[in-house]
Design a protein around this ligand. Structure first.
Ligand SMILES: C[S@@+](CC[C@H](N)C(=O)[O-])C[C@H]1O[C@@H](n2cnc3c(N)ncnc32)[C@H](O)[C@@H]1O
Length: 347
């Protein structure tokens, strides 16, 4: 019988896409079990060594390793297992910038919610939030009731931020900044990288109290004498004055146009003339047809995190900056992982 399977790059992509959720979970499980780090330290290990290391029953480990090999993250030659080049580069470490943390966070928090996609999109609200205790409207606030999961979230967030942040810290706009206000600065990972690059800079990191406690993480610890922590709800609590630049990194995209304008106005009000506002976020393309990281993020916001928001195109951010009164509004586009950097200056 002739083969019915279609061929060509588009069909290959379709085949991969159809199996991607299973392969993603296999990769995250291998990361959780420490397999990539083990193979980095013991390249060429055989099945028996991996079995002893993981403690996973023989048949189940056989199934898992086949999936990780099929995903292209591991190679097996004459019974000897090795990380593929990409797994060795991105997954074989426990350092704060390891993709392993991101995978585990997405597996624990993001993707379980995606089963509710049809329900949430039809309802027009983030129905997946129901499985998190509390009555607050966003995942970020409900995670405060679950410190363990909140730590997993921020470890994943910090790892992704570190993987994508080099373009940001090198931007010339930061060179003259002496007092940064980092709104929704999380565990201070972004601030720490900026302080490392710009020795004259200080930073005030504004986040929820439970998140600020995480600011004693590995990255931020080195700079605690140059970091001030301010806690509260950034919609209700006044922004502190005294900064010459305000940064929103991975924050505004979470929210609706109205909420974004509210936050940008608060930034405008505390800046001196000449003060700068910086938005660092994902952008989909102007025609809203491209951007797989942006696609994942927009869906996650609407199903789970906030019930609104998306990886807005650059034009939207520029429009809101102009509406609030900022001048010299511009975008540096096509930064790593579909990011854009949007700048405005208070006249
Ligand atoms: C996606 S994370 C971004 C973290 C960091 N800026 C980065 O780029 O890695 C969003 C941050 O906003 C904080 N956040 C969300 N809603 C908030 C609110 N209403 N008040 C204060 N912080 C909030 C969260 O706790 C979280 O740390």
């Amino acid at each position: 019988m002739p083969s019915q399977q279609k061929s060509g790059p588009e069909y290959e992509r379709f085949d991969f896409l159809m199996n991607a959720p299973a392969l993603f979970n296999a990769a995250a499980t291998a990361a959780e079990l420490g397999i990539f780090i083990f193979l980095s330290e013991n390249p060429g290990s055989d099945f028996a060594s991996l079995r002893k290391f993981t403690g996973v029953p023989e048949h189940q480990l056989r199934v898992l390793l086949q999936a990780v090999c099929a995903a292209g993250l591991m190679e097996r030659t004459d019974g000897a297992y090795r990380n593929s080049a990409v797994a060795q580069d991105l997954l074989a470490s426990d350092e704060p910038d390891s993709w392993a943390h991101t995978l585990i966070g997405w597996k624990e928090i993001y993707y379980p919610a995606f089963g509710q996609m049809t329900k949430a999109l039809k309802a027009g609200t983030n129905t997946a939030l129901e499985s998190y205790p509390g009555d607050e409207p966003t995942l970020y606030k409900r995670l405060t009731h679950n410190p363990e999961l909140e730590a997993v979230f921020h470890k994943a967030m910090a790892a992704f931020t570190l993987a994508s942040i080099n373009d940001l810290v090198e931007r010339e706009e930061f060179a003259a900044v002496t007092n940064l206000l980092d709104i929704g600065g999380g565990d201070s990972t972004t601030t720490a990288r900026l302080l490392e690059r710009h020795p004259r800079m200080r930073s005030t990191v504004f986040d929820q109290p439970s998140v600020s406690r995480l600011a004693h993480g590995k990255e931020a610890q080195k700079f605690l004498d140059r970091i001030d922590l301010v806690t509260g709800d950034f919609f209700d609590t006044p922004f502190p004055k005294g900064s010459d630049a305000v940064l929103f990194s991975h924050v505004l995209g979470i929210f609706s146009a109205e909420q974004i304008v509210t936050l940008l106005k608060k930034a405008y009000d505390v800046l001196p003339p000449g003060g700068q506002v910086f938005i660092y976020d994902y952008n989909v393309t102007e025609d809203e047809t491209k951007g797989i990281y942006g696609a994942r993020l927009g869906l996650y916001f609407n199903i789970l995190a906030s019930g609104t928001g998306m990886a807005y195109p650059a034009e939207d951010f520029e429009g809101w900056l102009t509406e609030v009164g900022f001048e010299n509004v511009r975008t540096v586009s096509e930064l790593d992982y579909e990011h854009g950097f949007h700048i405005g200056v208070k006249p």
